[in-house]
Design a protein around this ligand. Sequence first.
Ligand code: AP5
Ligand code: MG
Length: 216
Amino acid sequence: MRIVMLGAPGAGKGTQAKKLIEDYGIPQISTGDILRQNIAQGTPLGKEAKGFMDRGELVPDKVVLGLVEDRLKQPDCKQGFILDGFPRNTAQAETLDKMLAGIGMPLKLAISVDVPFEDLMKRLTGRRTCRSCGQMYNVYFTPPKKEGVCDKDGGELFQRDDDKEETIKKRLQVYESQTAPLIDYYSKKGLVRKIDGTGTIPGIYGKIKTELEKIK
Ligand code: AP5
Ligand code: MG
């Protein structure tokens, strides 16, 4: 299974991708997560990306495309993959198509998770993530049992640097202007399945799974 998760910041791409990993045993490739790891490790790539991310802008294509190309060559991608947060503009989508055609592994589906604009701010300002296992919480909707502590492994919960109101507004603008057109791009190829991203996390997952079962 080779799929792309489309959706605005806060739509739940990462949350749903993590459930898919557990079920299907294929890796999630989140360019945002890879970039944040590079920042945490202080790599040159992380240093280059940080300013763009803190401003809510896209990191330059050449940086991100190199990351994805390397990741797709890893052996665990042979069985499939879930792209989360990539591609982010038409140039990235076109390059991805060429990369995948080159290795004979075209995309099967683009899942577009649709959440009304007014819900996204609360999802993003309320998000907390475990520093050790990556489990996500939301202080408004899915809080941990103990504030600041992960239910799964007791790890420390942190708030992302770009989850500040001003940066979120910029990220949502960038999404509308640069990423939302990809829904059209993949629709023309017959790959898009639109999923209502409101409701419970398991409920949304059920709808995604129904679509995935159809292509098996
Ligand atoms: P990235 O990390 O990709 O962030 P994003 O696209 O802004 O998306 P998010 O991760 O914020 O949202 P999500 O849809 O994953 O939602 P989540 O599941 O966490 O990118 C960050 C930055 O990196 C970019 O701004 C850019 O600078 C750079 N970058 C990354 N990729 C790039 C690329 N390809 N090219 C260039 N630059 C790139 O859920 C959000 C919250 O909602 C959580 O708290 C969760 O618990 C909660 N939630 C989820 N589902 C529900 C539900 N059903 N009900 C209630 N709450 C829910
Ligand atoms: Mg995410």
